[in-house]
Design a protein around this ligand. Structure first.
Ligand code: ATP
Length: 597
């Protein structure tokens, strides 16, 4: 028996749960050798880091978890061939019934292996059964929906035409590249060309993202008003729901009302902000979809992956686009589109379309340029862009941070309470937001909120007019969910209530009925995924930290519509831009086999 508690002291970054799980699994496998014990610690550790599995090639021959001032601490994993041979000799193949699975040089907990297999199967089912659109009708509909005939390739029209051939499509692109604009036209194309009117549902991972998707779709529909008939427009829903509500949450239970035995009755599912969706949720979703249901995913594959395990969008949306198959190239040619035909046949990426041109961040603006440099890992170039300053960018060096925060509070947060009415106060609330990579530390969310509360609520009233709050737990009874943002504002009798915005409506909740919440002047970047603000200020931590990555910075800075400030030190910025989030998974391998892996 190992002394797990003492062992933990010699392993940096390993949690007790990793050690206990590894010990239980060793006992199950009747093998107590160190190499297996540490491999299993590695699987549990990898899951906590968001990987779906432990990828042998990433750790083979390397020492992991060494403690800085303890020589010979940590564990050195076997060389790849040796490690592979040892794992292959155990009864942990896919067809065994062990709680761990070894396949494709990846070690999984069986539950996660199952999620990956089920999702891959749901995708394969759709990829292996491409559709045959009515070409004549599709050509006419495409010409109605897009202004074709320009000199440059219209990637939005290409994406729309391409989606006609697929039961599974991804339309990916950065902020403002027209994903919603394009997909509204895809839905119209399908409604105009399919023999029967399809039942369409739209979903997003968070309430805020679902609300934004609904708003964007309604705007895009009204844009189409003069071009298409009412029947087509009516087929496209006005509202989107959260993924959890779509699947049917059962209060206080882990499962959903819909599953493989009780599938959703829909023909087309559109899902936005897919980078936030984790592997287990995506696998559960695909289990509930009927085989004929088309799935269209929208997202920005450069953003942070999901909080829980997996990196589904990044796995499926390879960058750069690997090229279309010759068959698909020919099919798109029939619509007059010439695309890169470098892909193999059958085309593993025929489901994927990229949109490249951002209408939000045009070529002149600093935010778009900065976003590109950050995602390319260009630490020096991005810092130069920031320091040179553009009219939409501001760099705030460390020594000026405290003063600058006070000014932001006076300029944007104090005026919320002085708004003319509730609608104006909500508007004011989304004018500006402070974002931090983490909750803790002197420049983390908790410290900043505390400091701003002292300025705006010196009397420490439990509730005050203009106070922004964020719900931090799901409460199905009250209908409020983790991440929902509300505002404290008086009703007509002067009674302070918490108000929550859904579309144009504001719903009041008595403060006494609120689930757990916190005041939010500053938020973590993770929590703002799926939201946008007119102006954003990102406060970097004082010292470099492992979780500050280029994906986190990119996600934070692309929340800004008009202007962006970054406050911090040059070394912390450089360190963050250089670091990448890497997620181990076997999803792409399962889909394309050995073609590209
Ligand atoms: N081809 C186009 N012609 C005119 N306007 C367009 C076109 N494509 C997009 N837009 C406009 O650009 C704006 C951004 O488009 P859209 O909301 O579809 O982008 P998005 O990629 O979904 O953005 P986000 O990442 O913010 O969700 C919208 O106002 C939309 O109407």
């Amino acid at each position: 028996m190992r002394d797990l508690l003492s062992l933990r002291q010699t392993l940096e970054d390993v949690a007790e749960v990793d050690l206990f799980l590894a010990e239980r699994l060793c006992a199950w496998l009747h093998c107590d050798e160190d190499w297996l014990f540490y491999s299993l610690v590695g699987v549990s550790h990898a899951l906590r880091q968001g990987h779906s599995c432990l990828l042998l090639s990433a750790w083979a021959g390397r020492t992991e978890w060494a403690v800085d001032d303890q020589p010979d601490s940590g564990y050195r994993f076997p060389a790849l061939d040796d490690w592979h041979a040892r794992l292959s000799s155990l009864p942990i193949g896919p067809d065994e019934d062990a709680p761990v699975v070894y396949e494709h040089q990846r070690l999984y907990l069986r539950r996660y292996w199952r999620f990956e297999c089920d999702l891959a199967e749901g995708l394969r089912l759709r990829l292996d059964a491409p559709t045959q659109p009515n070409l004549k009708a599709a050509r006419e509909a495409l010409a109605t929906l897009f202004d074709l005939g320009g000199n440059h390739t219209d990637w939005q029209a290409v994406a729309a035409a391409n989606a006609l051939f697929n039961r599974f499509s991804i339309i990916a692109g950065g902020p403002g590249t027209g994903k919603t604009y394009t997909v509204t036209r895809v839905l119209a194309l399908l409604a105009m060309t399919l023999p029967d009117a399809p039942t369409i549902r739209m979903a997003a991972p968070t309430g805020k993202a679902a609300q934004r998707l609904g708003e964007s779709i309604r705007a895009a529909k009204s844009d189409l008003g003069g071009r298409v008939d009412l029947v087509t427009l009516d087929a496209i829903p006005d509202e989107a729901t959260t993924l959890h509500r779509l699947l049917g949450v059962i209060p206080n239970q882990p499962g959903f009302r819909h599953d493989a035995r009780n599938p959703l009755d829909i023909d087309i599912l559109l899902m936005d902000e897919v980078s936030m969706v984790d592997l287990p949720l995506m696998a559960r979703l695909f289990r509930t979809l009927p085989a004929h249901c088309r799935v269209i995913l929208l997202g920005d594959a450069d953003q942070l992956p999901s909080v829980a395990a997996g990196s589904v969008l990044a796995d499926l949306a390879e960058r750069p686009h690997p090229g279309y198959s010759p068959t698909r190239t020919k099919a798109l040619k029939q619509f007059g589109f010439t695309v890169d035909a470098s892909g193999k046949n059958p085309g593993p990426a025929d489901y994927l379309s990229y949109l490249y041109h951002s209408r939000r961040f045009d070529g002149e603006g600093g935010i778009g340029r900065l976003a590109r440099q950050v995602i390319e890992g260009d630490a020096d170039g991005s810092l130069n862009t920031l320091i040179a300053g553009h009219n939409d960018l501001e760099w705030v060096p460390t020594e000026r941070i405290q003063n600058r925060i006070s000014r932001w509070v006076e300029d944007w947060y104090r005026p919320i309470a002085h708004s003319l009415d509730r609608a104006a106060a909500f508007d004011a609330l989304f004018q500006f937001r402070l974002l931090c990579p983490t909750r803790v530390g002197p420049l983390g969310v908790e410290a900043l909120n505390e400091r701003i509360l002292k300025m705006l609520n010196p009397g420490r009233a439990p509730f005050f007019k203009g106070q922004p709050i964020m719900i931090t737990e799901n409460h199905y009874g009250v209908g409020l969910y983790n991440g929902d943002i509300g505002l404290i504002w008086p009703d007509d009798e002067g009674q302070l209530l918490a108000w929550f915005q859904t579309g144009e409506e504001h719903r009041p909740v008595a403060p006494g009925r609120l689930p757990r919440f916190e005041t939010v002047y500053a938020m973590t970047i993770h929590k703002t995924q799926g939201s946008e603000f007119e102006r954003v200020a990102i406060i970097l931590p004082e010292t470099p930290m492992a979780m500050l990555s280029r994906e986190l910075i990119y996600t934070g800075l692309t929340r800004a519509r008009q202007s962006l400030a970054i406050a911090g030190s040059e070394p912390v910025w450089r360190d963050g831009v250089k670091r990448r989030v890497e997620r181990f998974s076997g999803l792409q391998k399962r889909l394309v086999g050995d073609q590209r892996n």
